[in-house]
Design a protein around this ligand. Structure first.
Ligand code: FAD
Length: 440
Protein backbone atom coordinates (compact mmCIF):
# COMPACT_ATOMS: atom_id res chain seq x y z
CA UNK A 1 0.00 0.00 0.00
CA UNK A 2 1.36 3.42 -0.95
CA UNK A 3 2.45 5.58 2.02
CA UNK A 4 2.26 9.38 2.24
CA UNK A 5 3.39 11.59 5.13
CA UNK A 6 2.03 14.70 6.84
CA UNK A 7 2.55 16.27 10.25
CA UNK A 8 -1.16 16.12 11.08
CA UNK A 9 -4.19 14.49 9.48
CA UNK A 10 -7.58 16.10 10.13
CA UNK A 11 -10.51 13.88 9.20
CA UNK A 12 -13.59 15.96 8.33
CA UNK A 13 -14.19 19.41 6.85
CA UNK A 14 -17.00 20.62 9.11
CA UNK A 15 -16.59 23.51 11.52
CA UNK A 16 -14.50 21.44 13.96
CA UNK A 17 -12.08 20.06 11.37
CA UNK A 18 -11.65 23.40 9.60
CA UNK A 19 -11.05 25.38 12.78
CA UNK A 20 -8.55 22.77 14.00
CA UNK A 21 -6.55 23.04 10.76
CA UNK A 22 -6.71 26.85 10.77
CA UNK A 23 -5.48 27.05 14.37
CA UNK A 24 -2.08 25.45 13.63
CA UNK A 25 0.98 27.59 12.96
CA UNK A 26 1.82 27.89 9.22
CA UNK A 27 4.82 25.51 9.26
CA UNK A 28 2.67 22.48 10.22
CA UNK A 29 1.84 20.37 7.14
CA UNK A 30 -1.78 19.28 7.36
CA UNK A 31 -3.86 16.87 5.30
CA UNK A 32 -7.63 17.36 5.57
CA UNK A 33 -9.88 14.70 4.10
CA UNK A 34 -13.63 14.45 3.70
CA UNK A 35 -15.87 11.65 2.56
CA UNK A 36 -17.97 13.85 0.26
CA UNK A 37 -17.84 17.37 -1.25
CA UNK A 38 -15.95 19.76 1.04
CA UNK A 39 -19.05 21.78 1.96
CA UNK A 40 -21.24 18.72 2.64
CA UNK A 41 -20.99 18.73 6.42
CA UNK A 42 -23.67 19.13 9.08
CA UNK A 43 -21.93 22.36 10.09
CA UNK A 44 -22.93 23.78 6.71
CA UNK A 45 -26.59 23.00 7.49
CA UNK A 46 -26.74 24.87 10.81
CA UNK A 47 -29.59 27.35 10.68
CA UNK A 48 -30.27 28.92 14.07
CA UNK A 49 -26.94 30.41 15.09
CA UNK A 50 -24.02 30.37 17.49
CA UNK A 51 -24.08 31.33 21.17
CA UNK A 52 -21.83 33.93 22.73
CA UNK A 53 -21.34 35.42 26.17
CA UNK A 54 -22.66 38.95 25.58
CA UNK A 55 -21.58 40.39 28.91
CA UNK A 56 -20.15 39.10 32.20
CA UNK A 57 -23.68 39.44 33.69
CA UNK A 58 -24.90 36.67 31.42
CA UNK A 59 -22.26 34.14 32.55
CA UNK A 60 -24.39 32.64 35.35
CA UNK A 61 -27.67 32.44 33.33
CA UNK A 62 -25.83 30.99 30.29
CA UNK A 63 -24.03 28.45 32.49
CA UNK A 64 -27.30 27.49 34.19
CA UNK A 65 -29.21 27.16 30.86
CA UNK A 66 -26.48 24.84 29.51
CA UNK A 67 -26.43 22.74 32.69
CA UNK A 68 -30.23 22.51 32.92
CA UNK A 69 -30.56 21.44 29.29
CA UNK A 70 -27.82 18.83 29.94
CA UNK A 71 -29.70 17.46 32.98
CA UNK A 72 -26.77 18.64 35.13
CA UNK A 73 -24.61 15.80 33.76
CA UNK A 74 -22.33 18.31 32.02
CA UNK A 75 -18.64 18.62 32.85
CA UNK A 76 -18.66 22.00 34.61
CA UNK A 77 -15.09 22.82 33.65
CA UNK A 78 -15.81 22.21 29.95
CA UNK A 79 -18.93 24.42 30.14
CA UNK A 80 -16.95 27.20 31.84
CA UNK A 81 -14.19 27.01 29.19
CA UNK A 82 -16.74 27.08 26.36
CA UNK A 83 -18.59 30.12 27.68
CA UNK A 84 -15.46 32.07 28.64
CA UNK A 85 -13.83 31.38 25.26
CA UNK A 86 -16.88 32.38 23.22
CA UNK A 87 -16.18 36.15 22.75
CA UNK A 88 -12.67 35.36 21.40
CA UNK A 89 -14.04 32.70 19.04
CA UNK A 90 -16.61 35.15 17.65
CA UNK A 91 -13.84 37.74 17.20
CA UNK A 92 -11.80 35.08 15.34
CA UNK A 93 -14.78 34.33 13.04
CA UNK A 94 -15.41 38.00 12.33
CA UNK A 95 -11.66 38.36 11.68
CA UNK A 96 -11.87 35.61 9.03
CA UNK A 97 -14.76 37.53 7.42
CA UNK A 98 -17.89 35.87 8.83
CA UNK A 99 -20.88 38.24 8.69
CA UNK A 100 -23.43 38.15 11.48
CA UNK A 101 -26.75 40.02 11.43
CA UNK A 102 -26.42 43.66 12.59
CA UNK A 103 -28.91 46.44 13.35
CA UNK A 104 -29.09 49.85 11.63
CA UNK A 105 -26.31 51.15 13.95
CA UNK A 106 -23.99 48.29 12.99
CA UNK A 107 -24.43 46.54 16.35
CA UNK A 108 -24.71 42.73 16.41
CA UNK A 109 -28.26 41.38 16.64
CA UNK A 110 -29.06 38.45 18.95
CA UNK A 111 -31.84 35.90 18.88
CA UNK A 112 -33.11 33.30 21.35
CA UNK A 113 -33.94 29.61 21.04
CA UNK A 114 -35.53 26.89 23.17
CA UNK A 115 -34.29 26.75 26.80
CA UNK A 116 -32.27 29.99 26.57
CA UNK A 117 -33.17 32.58 29.22
CA UNK A 118 -31.55 35.41 27.22
CA UNK A 119 -31.01 36.68 23.68
CA UNK A 120 -27.41 35.49 23.15
CA UNK A 121 -27.37 33.79 19.75
CA UNK A 122 -25.63 35.38 16.77
CA UNK A 123 -27.00 34.44 13.37
CA UNK A 124 -26.82 35.02 9.64
CA UNK A 125 -30.35 34.88 8.21
CA UNK A 126 -31.28 31.23 8.81
CA UNK A 127 -28.06 30.03 7.17
CA UNK A 128 -25.51 30.59 9.94
CA UNK A 129 -23.66 27.32 9.31
CA UNK A 130 -23.29 28.02 5.60
CA UNK A 131 -21.90 31.48 6.31
CA UNK A 132 -19.36 30.26 8.89
CA UNK A 133 -18.31 27.12 7.03
CA UNK A 134 -17.96 28.80 3.62
CA UNK A 135 -15.63 31.43 5.07
CA UNK A 136 -13.53 28.80 6.88
CA UNK A 137 -13.34 26.58 3.75
CA UNK A 138 -12.14 29.53 1.67
CA UNK A 139 -9.49 30.32 4.28
CA UNK A 140 -8.32 26.67 4.53
CA UNK A 141 -8.07 26.33 0.73
CA UNK A 142 -5.93 29.47 0.58
CA UNK A 143 -3.36 28.25 3.11
CA UNK A 144 -0.22 26.68 1.54
CA UNK A 145 0.29 24.32 4.53
CA UNK A 146 -3.20 22.76 4.24
CA UNK A 147 -4.05 20.14 1.59
CA UNK A 148 -7.77 19.31 1.27
CA UNK A 149 -8.90 16.09 -0.42
CA UNK A 150 -12.61 15.55 -1.06
CA UNK A 151 -14.41 12.22 -1.64
CA UNK A 152 -11.68 10.58 0.44
CA UNK A 153 -12.68 8.27 3.30
CA UNK A 154 -10.80 7.26 6.45
CA UNK A 155 -11.07 3.45 6.66
CA UNK A 156 -8.73 2.58 9.55
CA UNK A 157 -6.40 3.92 12.23
CA UNK A 158 -2.73 2.90 11.90
CA UNK A 159 -2.34 1.75 15.48
CA UNK A 160 0.09 -0.28 17.53
CA UNK A 161 0.30 -0.55 21.34
CA UNK A 162 -2.29 2.20 21.77
CA UNK A 163 -0.33 4.73 19.69
CA UNK A 164 -1.87 6.19 16.52
CA UNK A 165 0.64 6.51 13.67
CA UNK A 166 -1.81 7.78 11.05
CA UNK A 167 -4.78 6.51 9.09
CA UNK A 168 -5.64 4.36 6.09
CA UNK A 169 -7.84 6.07 3.51
CA UNK A 170 -9.58 5.35 0.24
CA UNK A 171 -9.45 8.20 -2.26
CA UNK A 172 -11.91 9.18 -4.99
CA UNK A 173 -10.31 6.77 -7.48
CA UNK A 174 -10.83 3.86 -5.06
CA UNK A 175 -7.09 3.67 -4.25
CA UNK A 176 -6.27 2.80 -0.64
CA UNK A 177 -3.29 4.57 0.95
CA UNK A 178 -1.60 4.85 4.34
CA UNK A 179 -1.08 8.36 5.69
CA UNK A 180 1.64 8.37 8.32
CA UNK A 181 1.41 11.38 10.64
CA UNK A 182 2.52 12.67 14.02
CA UNK A 183 -1.08 13.20 15.12
CA UNK A 184 -4.58 12.41 13.87
CA UNK A 185 -7.62 14.57 14.63
CA UNK A 186 -11.06 12.97 14.24
CA UNK A 187 -13.70 15.53 13.25
CA UNK A 188 -16.12 13.20 11.50
CA UNK A 189 -19.34 14.53 13.08
CA UNK A 190 -22.06 12.29 14.50
CA UNK A 191 -24.07 9.23 13.44
CA UNK A 192 -27.22 10.60 11.78
CA UNK A 193 -26.52 8.95 8.42
CA UNK A 194 -27.29 5.57 9.98
CA UNK A 195 -30.85 6.62 10.90
CA UNK A 196 -34.01 6.38 8.84
CA UNK A 197 -35.11 9.87 9.95
CA UNK A 198 -32.27 12.32 10.53
CA UNK A 199 -31.42 15.93 9.80
CA UNK A 200 -27.81 14.88 9.11
CA UNK A 201 -26.11 14.17 5.79
CA UNK A 202 -26.42 10.45 4.88
CA UNK A 203 -22.64 10.03 4.57
CA UNK A 204 -22.06 11.03 8.22
CA UNK A 205 -22.26 7.50 9.60
CA UNK A 206 -20.11 7.52 12.75
CA UNK A 207 -17.06 5.90 11.12
CA UNK A 208 -14.76 7.13 13.92
CA UNK A 209 -16.87 5.28 16.49
CA UNK A 210 -16.72 1.89 14.81
CA UNK A 211 -12.95 2.27 14.38
CA UNK A 212 -12.75 3.31 18.04
CA UNK A 213 -14.64 0.16 19.05
CA UNK A 214 -12.30 -2.00 16.92
CA UNK A 215 -9.15 -0.36 18.34
CA UNK A 216 -10.39 -0.14 21.94
CA UNK A 217 -10.49 3.66 22.10
CA UNK A 218 -12.72 4.72 24.97
CA UNK A 219 -16.24 5.90 24.08
CA UNK A 220 -18.53 7.88 26.36
CA UNK A 221 -22.35 7.82 26.34
CA UNK A 222 -22.77 6.91 22.66
CA UNK A 223 -26.49 6.56 23.41
CA UNK A 224 -26.85 10.26 24.32
CA UNK A 225 -28.56 11.15 21.07
CA UNK A 226 -30.61 14.27 20.55
CA UNK A 227 -33.88 13.96 18.73
CA UNK A 228 -34.90 17.26 17.12
CA UNK A 229 -38.59 17.84 17.78
CA UNK A 230 -39.52 19.75 14.64
CA UNK A 231 -38.41 18.49 11.23
CA UNK A 232 -40.59 18.95 8.19
CA UNK A 233 -42.69 15.82 7.78
CA UNK A 234 -42.29 14.21 4.38
CA UNK A 235 -42.78 10.77 2.89
CA UNK A 236 -39.70 11.34 0.68
CA UNK A 237 -36.41 9.50 1.37
CA UNK A 238 -33.25 11.32 2.48
CA UNK A 239 -32.31 14.01 4.97
CA UNK A 240 -35.16 15.57 6.96
CA UNK A 241 -35.39 19.36 6.75
CA UNK A 242 -35.05 21.00 10.15
CA UNK A 243 -37.32 23.79 11.30
CA UNK A 244 -35.09 25.54 13.79
CA UNK A 245 -36.02 26.36 17.39
CA UNK A 246 -35.56 29.98 16.53
CA UNK A 247 -38.92 29.78 14.71
CA UNK A 248 -40.49 28.76 18.02
CA UNK A 249 -38.34 31.40 19.73
CA UNK A 250 -40.03 33.98 17.49
CA UNK A 251 -43.53 32.76 18.38
CA UNK A 252 -44.36 29.58 16.41
CA UNK A 253 -46.73 27.19 18.21
CA UNK A 254 -47.25 23.43 18.13
CA UNK A 255 -50.71 21.92 17.67
CA UNK A 256 -51.95 18.35 17.89
CA UNK A 257 -54.42 16.55 15.62
CA UNK A 258 -57.28 18.42 17.40
CA UNK A 259 -55.47 21.73 16.72
CA UNK A 260 -54.81 22.21 20.45
CA UNK A 261 -51.53 23.37 21.99
CA UNK A 262 -49.94 20.72 24.22
CA UNK A 263 -46.52 22.01 25.35
CA UNK A 264 -44.56 25.19 26.14
CA UNK A 265 -42.70 25.38 22.80
CA UNK A 266 -39.54 26.83 24.40
CA UNK A 267 -38.84 23.84 26.66
CA UNK A 268 -35.59 21.91 25.96
CA UNK A 269 -35.54 19.70 22.86
CA UNK A 270 -35.87 16.36 24.62
CA UNK A 271 -38.94 17.57 26.53
CA UNK A 272 -40.62 18.94 23.38
CA UNK A 273 -39.72 15.78 21.36
CA UNK A 274 -41.22 13.50 24.03
CA UNK A 275 -44.38 15.61 24.20
CA UNK A 276 -44.76 15.39 20.41
CA UNK A 277 -44.20 11.64 20.51
CA UNK A 278 -46.91 11.38 23.17
CA UNK A 279 -49.41 13.28 20.98
CA UNK A 280 -48.48 11.19 17.92
CA UNK A 281 -49.06 7.97 19.88
CA UNK A 282 -52.31 9.31 21.35
CA UNK A 283 -53.76 10.22 17.94
CA UNK A 284 -51.95 7.39 16.05
CA UNK A 285 -50.42 9.87 13.60
CA UNK A 286 -46.84 10.31 12.43
CA UNK A 287 -46.72 14.11 12.83
CA UNK A 288 -48.07 17.14 14.70
CA UNK A 289 -48.35 20.71 13.34
CA UNK A 290 -46.31 23.90 13.58
CA UNK A 291 -47.49 27.37 12.61
CA UNK A 292 -46.16 30.92 12.96
CA UNK A 293 -49.17 33.25 13.23
CA UNK A 294 -47.15 35.95 15.03
CA UNK A 295 -45.32 36.97 11.82
CA UNK A 296 -46.51 38.33 8.50
CA UNK A 297 -45.38 36.60 5.30
CA UNK A 298 -42.89 39.43 4.66
CA UNK A 299 -41.43 39.20 8.19
CA UNK A 300 -41.10 35.40 7.94
CA UNK A 301 -39.52 35.61 4.49
CA UNK A 302 -36.99 38.12 5.78
CA UNK A 303 -36.20 36.36 9.10
CA UNK A 304 -36.38 32.73 7.91
CA UNK A 305 -35.89 32.82 4.13
CA UNK A 306 -34.57 29.26 3.87
CA UNK A 307 -37.19 27.68 6.16
CA UNK A 308 -40.05 29.69 4.64
CA UNK A 309 -38.99 28.63 1.14
CA UNK A 310 -38.57 24.91 2.00
CA UNK A 311 -42.03 24.81 3.62
CA UNK A 312 -43.50 26.54 0.57
CA UNK A 313 -41.87 23.94 -1.69
CA UNK A 314 -43.73 21.25 0.27
CA UNK A 315 -46.96 23.26 -0.17
CA UNK A 316 -47.19 25.10 3.18
CA UNK A 317 -47.09 28.79 4.06
CA UNK A 318 -45.51 28.83 7.53
CA UNK A 319 -47.44 31.93 8.63
CA UNK A 320 -50.94 30.73 7.69
CA UNK A 321 -50.88 26.94 7.23
CA UNK A 322 -50.45 24.09 9.67
CA UNK A 323 -47.06 22.64 8.70
CA UNK A 324 -46.72 18.92 9.57
CA UNK A 325 -43.60 18.25 11.66
CA UNK A 326 -42.09 15.13 13.20
CA UNK A 327 -39.08 14.41 15.48
CA UNK A 328 -35.85 13.11 13.86
CA UNK A 329 -32.36 12.13 14.98
CA UNK A 330 -30.33 15.31 15.07
CA UNK A 331 -27.23 15.40 17.25
CA UNK A 332 -24.91 13.16 19.25
CA UNK A 333 -23.86 14.36 22.72
CA UNK A 334 -21.80 11.21 23.41
CA UNK A 335 -18.86 10.06 21.33
CA UNK A 336 -15.16 9.42 21.72
CA UNK A 337 -14.17 10.31 25.26
CA UNK A 338 -11.95 13.40 25.02
CA UNK A 339 -10.33 15.92 27.34
CA UNK A 340 -10.91 19.64 26.91
CA UNK A 341 -7.76 19.56 24.74
CA UNK A 342 -9.11 16.82 22.46
CA UNK A 343 -6.97 14.00 23.89
CA UNK A 344 -8.51 10.51 23.60
CA UNK A 345 -7.51 7.29 25.36
CA UNK A 346 -5.13 6.53 22.45
CA UNK A 347 -1.81 8.37 22.21
CA UNK A 348 -1.56 10.84 19.31
CA UNK A 349 -5.25 10.40 18.46
CA UNK A 350 -7.51 13.43 19.11
CA UNK A 351 -11.24 14.04 18.72
CA UNK A 352 -13.14 17.31 18.27
CA UNK A 353 -16.64 18.57 17.45
CA UNK A 354 -19.59 16.21 17.45
CA UNK A 355 -17.24 13.18 17.34
CA UNK A 356 -15.79 14.07 20.74
CA UNK A 357 -17.49 13.76 24.11
CA UNK A 358 -15.80 16.07 26.60
CA UNK A 359 -18.97 16.37 28.66
CA UNK A 360 -19.81 19.94 27.68
CA UNK A 361 -23.38 19.05 26.63
CA UNK A 362 -24.14 16.55 29.42
CA UNK A 363 -27.15 14.42 28.52
CA UNK A 364 -28.72 16.96 26.15
CA UNK A 365 -27.32 19.86 24.13
CA UNK A 366 -28.58 23.40 24.54
CA UNK A 367 -29.53 24.82 21.12
CA UNK A 368 -26.72 26.70 19.31
CA UNK A 369 -24.00 25.48 21.68
CA UNK A 370 -22.58 22.96 19.20
CA UNK A 371 -21.02 25.22 16.58
CA UNK A 372 -19.45 27.15 19.44
CA UNK A 373 -18.25 24.03 21.22
CA UNK A 374 -16.79 22.65 17.96
CA UNK A 375 -14.72 25.82 17.47
CA UNK A 376 -13.61 26.35 21.08
CA UNK A 377 -12.25 22.83 21.60
CA UNK A 378 -10.86 22.54 18.05
CA UNK A 379 -8.65 25.56 18.68
CA UNK A 380 -7.47 24.19 22.04
CA UNK A 381 -6.73 20.81 20.45
CA UNK A 382 -4.63 22.35 17.67
CA UNK A 383 -2.64 24.34 20.25
CA UNK A 384 -2.13 21.20 22.36
CA UNK A 385 -0.89 19.17 19.37
CA UNK A 386 1.29 21.98 17.99
CA UNK A 387 3.18 22.15 21.29
CA UNK A 388 4.13 18.45 21.05
CA UNK A 389 4.94 18.03 17.35
CA UNK A 390 8.69 18.74 17.40
CA UNK A 391 9.25 15.75 19.73
CA UNK A 392 7.49 13.21 17.51
CA UNK A 393 9.17 11.47 14.52
CA UNK A 394 7.05 10.55 11.46
CA UNK A 395 7.35 6.77 11.50
CA UNK A 396 5.04 3.80 11.27
CA UNK A 397 6.20 0.51 12.81
CA UNK A 398 3.10 -1.34 11.58
CA UNK A 399 3.01 -3.97 8.83
CA UNK A 400 0.14 -2.64 6.71
CA UNK A 401 -2.44 -4.98 5.18
CA UNK A 402 -2.43 -5.31 1.37
CA UNK A 403 -5.95 -3.89 1.25
CA UNK A 404 -9.08 -3.20 3.30
CA UNK A 405 -12.68 -4.27 2.55
CA UNK A 406 -14.61 -2.08 0.08
CA UNK A 407 -18.14 -0.66 0.28
CA UNK A 408 -20.83 -1.71 1.08
CA UNK A 409 -19.12 -4.16 3.47
CA UNK A 410 -17.41 -1.37 5.43
CA UNK A 411 -20.60 0.55 6.16
CA UNK A 412 -22.48 -2.62 7.03
CA UNK A 413 -19.82 -3.60 9.55
CA UNK A 414 -19.75 -0.05 10.93
CA UNK A 415 -23.51 -0.02 11.35
CA UNK A 416 -23.58 -3.37 13.16
CA UNK A 417 -20.89 -2.30 15.63
CA UNK A 418 -22.67 0.97 16.46
CA UNK A 419 -26.13 -0.59 16.64
CA UNK A 420 -24.85 -3.23 19.08
CA UNK A 421 -23.27 -0.55 21.26
CA UNK A 422 -26.45 1.58 21.31
CA UNK A 423 -28.63 -1.41 22.21
CA UNK A 424 -26.21 -2.39 24.97
CA UNK A 425 -26.11 1.13 26.45
CA UNK A 426 -29.85 1.92 26.46
CA UNK A 427 -32.30 -0.69 25.13
CA UNK A 428 -35.35 1.49 25.91
CA UNK A 429 -34.06 4.54 24.03
CA UNK A 430 -32.94 2.24 21.22
CA UNK A 431 -36.46 0.80 20.83
CA UNK A 432 -38.13 4.21 21.01
CA UNK A 433 -35.94 6.32 18.73
CA UNK A 434 -33.19 4.31 16.95
CA UNK A 435 -34.74 3.28 13.66
CA UNK A 436 -31.85 2.67 11.31
CA UNK A 437 -31.91 3.26 7.58
CA UNK A 438 -31.98 0.09 5.51
CA UNK A 439 -29.86 1.81 2.85
CA UNK A 440 -26.63 2.49 4.72
C1 FAD B 1 -29.81 20.66 10.07
C2 FAD B 1 -28.88 21.04 11.19
C3 FAD B 1 -29.00 22.29 11.80
C4 FAD B 1 -28.14 22.65 12.85
N1 FAD B 1 -28.25 23.90 13.41
C5 FAD B 1 -27.35 24.27 14.35
C6 FAD B 1 -27.34 25.60 14.87
O1 FAD B 1 -28.15 26.43 14.48
N2 FAD B 1 -26.41 25.92 15.81
C7 FAD B 1 -25.49 25.02 16.27
O2 FAD B 1 -24.67 25.37 17.12
N3 FAD B 1 -25.46 23.77 15.78
C8 FAD B 1 -26.35 23.37 14.84
N4 FAD B 1 -26.31 22.11 14.32
C9 FAD B 1 -25.27 21.18 14.80
C10 FAD B 1 -23.95 21.55 14.21
O3 FAD B 1 -24.06 21.99 12.90
C11 FAD B 1 -23.01 20.34 14.22
O4 FAD B 1 -23.20 19.58 15.31
C12 FAD B 1 -21.60 20.77 14.27
O5 FAD B 1 -21.39 21.72 13.31
C13 FAD B 1 -20.71 19.56 14.11
O6 FAD B 1 -19.59 19.94 13.41
P1 FAD B 1 -18.44 18.89 13.14
O7 FAD B 1 -17.38 19.63 12.44
O8 FAD B 1 -18.12 18.16 14.37
O9 FAD B 1 -19.10 17.79 12.15
P2 FAD B 1 -19.74 17.95 10.72
O10 FAD B 1 -19.99 19.35 10.37
O11 FAD B 1 -20.86 16.99 10.66
O12 FAD B 1 -18.58 17.42 9.74
C14 FAD B 1 -18.22 16.07 9.68
C15 FAD B 1 -17.20 15.90 8.56
O13 FAD B 1 -16.60 14.62 8.64
C16 FAD B 1 -16.54 14.03 7.34
N5 FAD B 1 -16.47 12.57 7.49
C17 FAD B 1 -17.31 11.75 8.15
N6 FAD B 1 -16.85 10.47 8.12
C18 FAD B 1 -15.68 10.50 7.42
C19 FAD B 1 -14.72 9.53 7.04
N7 FAD B 1 -14.85 8.23 7.36
N8 FAD B 1 -13.65 9.92 6.30
C20 FAD B 1 -13.51 11.22 5.93
N9 FAD B 1 -14.36 12.20 6.28
C21 FAD B 1 -15.43 11.84 7.01
C22 FAD B 1 -17.79 14.55 6.67
O14 FAD B 1 -17.73 14.42 5.28
C23 FAD B 1 -17.77 16.01 7.15
O15 FAD B 1 -16.86 16.76 6.38
C24 FAD B 1 -27.17 21.73 13.29
C25 FAD B 1 -27.05 20.47 12.68
C26 FAD B 1 -27.90 20.12 11.64
C27 FAD B 1 -27.76 18.77 11.01
Amino acid sequence: MEQIQYDVVVVGTGAAGLFTALSFPPHVRILMITKDAVENSDSYLAQGGICVLRSPNDFEPYFEDTMRAGHYENDQNAVKIMIESSPQIIDDLIGFGVQFERDEHGELRYTREGAHSNYRILYHEDRTGKEITSVLIKEALSRPNITVKDYTTMIDFLESDNVCYGIALEDKTGTQKAVVAKSVVLATGGIGGLFKHSTNFPHITGDSFSLAIKHHVQLENLHYIQIHPTTLYSKKKGRRFLISESVRGEGAILLNENHQRFIDELKPRDVVASAIRHEMDKFRTDHVYLTLPSMTKEEAKHRFPNIYEQCLEEGYDLTTDLVPVTPSQHYLMGGIKASVNGETSMNRLYAVGETACNGVHGANRLASNSLLESLVFAKRTAHMIAASLSNIPITCPIALPKSYPKEPMRTQENKTLIETELKRKDPIFYEKWCHFSSES
